[in-house]
Write a protein that binds this ligand. Structure first.
Ligand code: LMR
Length: 399
């Protein structure tokens, strides 16, 4: 029956891990996937998450089905984290928020909802570049794609003029995908005044803003700062859609826990949108898993755990920042002639190194340092023990 099926391409990010694991080289380094590591290169379980797990265990809960849209205290806490406690749509209860299978699941659910119910221009504008998986998810729901300028190779910064110019040519009603913070893969975020320009053009062109918020807390170490763009757009009257993930900021990668919020303007529309989201969820995975969301709920609804978690997030963000500094100074100390200030200028988990495909190939093949072919490295995979080796090899391939 299936002899005709062609092989699927290995995943450009997650596939790297398989190759890395098979490599016996003692100095191998995996800077491919965006997953936080401690200074020994080990996966990190946040102390706040451990505490929440203990509390949940002590409660002796059962394993019954949860609600299709997730437990209300969980979804309410997610919405508060994204939009802020005093957010108008939340006070007016005009947010349709459902639990989703981490960031990817939230995006897929949101795009699926768009593909079933959106009655404006069905065209999504993605920043160039964007996360590898965005176009694949759009493809999966047959959503036509366009791109707007984002990365300026000359300045290695955000091309705000290019982005505004491109979006001003987008057809009315088109959807614009925005990375809420810690842009993946570039590590370059718009400044506040640049977000204002984006908000203005999106408003003027009557475009629909869809935020992917996978790294809240990782950009600045502060979850409220990192929600600046989302909250500004809401203040400007945009009815946004937001995909949230707790993979990075709670280290709950494999738990697949996230949320999708659609702001709906009035409570009646909100109820109808909620009911349609449930229809989609029921036919894909019936209802969400309960373990990860219990952990998130426990943390976000307990003032004590919340405080601890905010400290945990800051400590992860700070370690990444210190690794950026060490990497940059080690490459510079090796006498490299290029400029490397972008390593410390960029934020979040990733550094868009500027290495070309041949240099990336050399890093992988000769030096056993794994990264994506666009030259993105996950700075979270760098440690005080491997930073010297990574810097030395980056110097060698760029000299
Ligand atoms: C990444 O970009 O490395 C992460 O978002 C992990 C993933 O699923 O691709």
């Amino acid at each position: 029956w299936w002899g005709h099926v062609p092989a699927g391409a290995p995943d450009v990010i997650l596939g790297i891990r398989d190759t890395y694991l098979k490599d016996p080289h003692p100095k191998k380094v995996n800077l491919g996937v965006g997953a936080y590591r401690d200074d020994d290169g080990k996966p990190f379980v946040l102390p706040s998450v451990r505490r929440a797990e203990e509390i949940i265990y002590e409660k002796c809960l059962n394993h019954e089905y949860g609600p299709i849209s997730g437990e209300p205290p969980f979804t309410e806490a997610c919405a508060k984290l994204a939009f802020g406690e005093k957010s108008k749509p939340l006070c007016e209860k005009t947010n349709a928020t459902v639990q989703a299978l981490s960031g990817t699941g939230a995006l897929r659910l949101g795009f699926e909802f768009i593909s079933r119910h959106y009655n404006k221009t069905r065209e999504i504008w993605l920043p160039k570049p964007t996360w590898f998986n965005h176009p694949q998810i759009c493809d999966a729901v047959c959503l036509p794609m366009k791109s707007y300028r984002y990365f300026a190779p000359k300045t290695l910064g955000f091309d705000v003029d290019g982005a505004v110019e491109d979006l001003s040519k987008a057809p009315e009603g088109a959807i614009v995908l925005l990375h809420a913070c810690a842009h993946n893969p570039t590590g370059i975020d718009p400044k506040k005044h640049e977000w204002e320009r984006l908000s203005k053009v999106i408003k003027e062109r009557k475009l629909f803003p869809f935020f992917d918020m996978a790294y809240q807390g990782f950009a600045t170490g502060d979850v409220d700062n990192d929600a600046l763009a989302v909250r500004m757009f809401v203040d400007h009257g945009h009815e946004v859609m937001v995909a949230q993930s707790f993979a990075k900021n709670m280290g709950l990668y494999g738990e697949r826990v996230g949320a999708l919020t659609i702001l709906c303007g009035d409570p009646e529309t909100t109820a109808r949108v909620m009911s349609q989201l449930k229809v989609i969820i029921r036919t894909i995975y019936s209802n969400p898993s309960i373990n990860g969301s219990r952990i998130v709920q426990e943390i976000l609804t307990s003032p004590e755990l919340m405080k601890q978690w905010l400290g945990d997030v800051k400590s992860m963000a700070d370690r990444v920042i210190s690794m950026r500094k060490m990497l940059r100074s080690a490459i510079e100390a090796a006498g490299n002639k290029r400029t490397w200030n972008h390593i410390t200028d960029q934020i979040g988990m990733f550094c868009y190194t500027g290495l070309n495909p041949e240099q990336v190939e050399r890093l992988i093949k000769e030096f056993h340092i794994y990264l994506t072919k666009d030259g993105r490295i996950s700075v979270a995979g760098i440690t005080t023990k491997n930073v010297g080796y990574v810097a030395e090899c980056m110097h060698k391939v760029t000299s």
